[in-house]
Design a protein around this ligand. Structure first.
Ligand code: ADP
Ligand code: ASP
Ligand code: MG
Length: 422
């Protein structure tokens, strides 16, 4: 007997038929004698619709009250949790739904992207043990204790709810059921030759997720790493009846680095089109300039990602380029324009049609020249690199968005990640 958390994402609970399919996966595990807690997302498209309603509701103001945003968007998961509990009961499975505030899942006060602080798993554990009651928990939402208000964990946050619940009840495994049968070497929608990984280290998954692979929310991987939760990414679209609950189903285990026997140089490639580039031209080359630029951006809570400063040729002026999230682009521009006299620059060159391609692999720690191979391969395809950043287990390249797919596929082949064609 094992204790499992089973998380079902939006496409896996898109309508009643899909919810019924999820229920059959759950029944299979319950019938096999496992103790099961389930975490669900909103039905596919629901959260997008709820967000759009919040935006459309405003007439006079630029931004809405984040507490009310959370009151609206948290509702999607509530519906799925209730429906799944009804369907499970209809299949004679002992089940009960739980809202985030009922457990409770306690979070910070950062409405819209709250952090999980504590999950009380005591009552869940008692019920799992004593009456084998399946808990069906609404993902994505929590409670800020001091204000008593509902919070949400940021887009994709149900992954984090699942891992947090798994840690709280000491689950043997946290199964993430989604619309792909595991974590691939790159997004299989963009790279048809992408290969499923049997295992991936937490650190690599963390990089993949934070650099654009939305298969897992970044914070869920962080939590898994801290609490050493075994996370298994698998497909909800496999027929529940075809799976042996005691066997080895297809999927990807996110685990400690030591568990991975065959370590490749490169594990995966991620990409993101969600950034914008700002280049400040002819900035005076003197102490304090970087502070004059990045200080006001930080004060405006704008996260700066890549930063490249040219070495000044004449000792007087230089160029400074950085990227910000596309959603913050206009605000960042306003900040820089406002700070113009403090910074002192000639002009701004900006681009929003850019993409960041990132190559990730723990093997890079012990191999030199991995990035150099990429520069050569992209040059052969006439793809210009606008900026480069590197760290111990990854490097990222900024290119024109139009070349995203070509660049990702080129690098995927270059590092031998393509699956063998039969
Ligand atoms: P869910 O609704 O189940 O949470 P998501 O849409 O959030 O699912 O995440 C699954 C999607 O992540 C897949 O459909 C896939 O297109 C995308 N994805 C991006 N990168 C990867 C990758 N490296 N491996 C697997 N899937 C990936
Ligand atoms: N429903 C939320 C979203 O779409 C949370 C999730 O599905 O993980 O972002
Ligand atoms: Mg998701």
């Amino acid at each position: 007997m094992a204790r499992l958390v089973m998380k079902f994402g939006g496409t896996s609970v898109a309508d009643l038929d899909h919810i019924r399919n999820a229920a059959r996966h759950i029944k299979r595990e319950v019938d096999a004698g496992h103790e099961v807690a389930v975490v669900v997302s909103a039905m596919a498209g629901t959260t997008d619709q709820l967000v759009a309603w919040c935006e459309a509701a405003l007439k006079e103001r630029q931004t809405f009250d984040a507490r009310e945003y959370d009151a609206v968007v948290a509702s999607g998961e509530q519906v799925t949790a209730g429906l799944l509990a009804i369907i499970l009961q209809d299949m004679n499975v002992n089940a009960r739904s739980w809202q985030g505030w009922q457990l409770p899942i306690l979070t910070s006060n950062a409405h819209g992207s709250a952090r999980v602080l504590k999950v009380d798993g005591a009552e869940l554990s008692r019920r799992l043990r004593d009456s084998k009651e399946v808990a069906v928990i609404a993902g994505f939402q929590g409670l800020h204790k001091e204000t008593g208000r509902i919070t949400t964990l940021g887009r994709g946050g149900s992954d984090t709810s699942a891992v947090a619940v798994a840690a709280a009840i000491g689950a043997d495994r946290c199964d993430i059921y989604t619309d792909v049968d595991g974590v691939y070497t790159s997004d299989p929608r963009v790279v048809p030759h992408a290969r499923r990984l049997d295992k991936i280290a937490f650190e690599e998954m963390l990089e993949l997720a934070s650099l654009g692979a939305k298969v897992m929310q970044v914070r869920s991987v962080e939590l898994g790493m801290v609490h050493n939760v075994r996370i298994f990414v698998r497909s909800s679209f496999d027929r529940p009846e075809d799976i042996d609950p005691h066997g080895n189903p297809p999927g990807t285990l996110i685990c400690e680095e030591e568990e991975i026997v065959e370590q490749q140089m490169v594990t995966g490639i991620a990409f993101s089109r969600d950034e914008a580039q700002i280049s400040i031209r002819e900035v005076e080359d003197k102490p304090g300039v970087a502070a004059a630029i990045f200080g006001p951006l930080a004060e405006a809570s704008i996260n700066v990602d890549m930063i490249v400063q040219n070495v000044s040729a004449d000792g007087k002026t230089t160029d400074l380029t950085f990227t910000v999230p596309a959603a913050d682009y206009q605000r960042a521009l306003d900040v820089i324009v406002k700070a113009r006299s403090a910074i002192g620059y000639a002009r701004l060159d900006c681009a929003t049609d850019i993409a960041k391609i990132s190559v990730i692999g723990i093997g890079m720690r012990s191999h030199a020249g991995v990035a150099a191979q990429a520069f050569r391969a992209l040059a052969e395809r006439a793809i210009n690199i606008r900026a480069i950043t590197t760290s111990e287990i990854k490097f990222s390249l900024l290119i024109d968005a139009a070349f995203t797919e070509l660049a990702v596929r080129t690098l995927h082949s270059l590092y031998g990640l393509d699956k063998a064609t039969p």
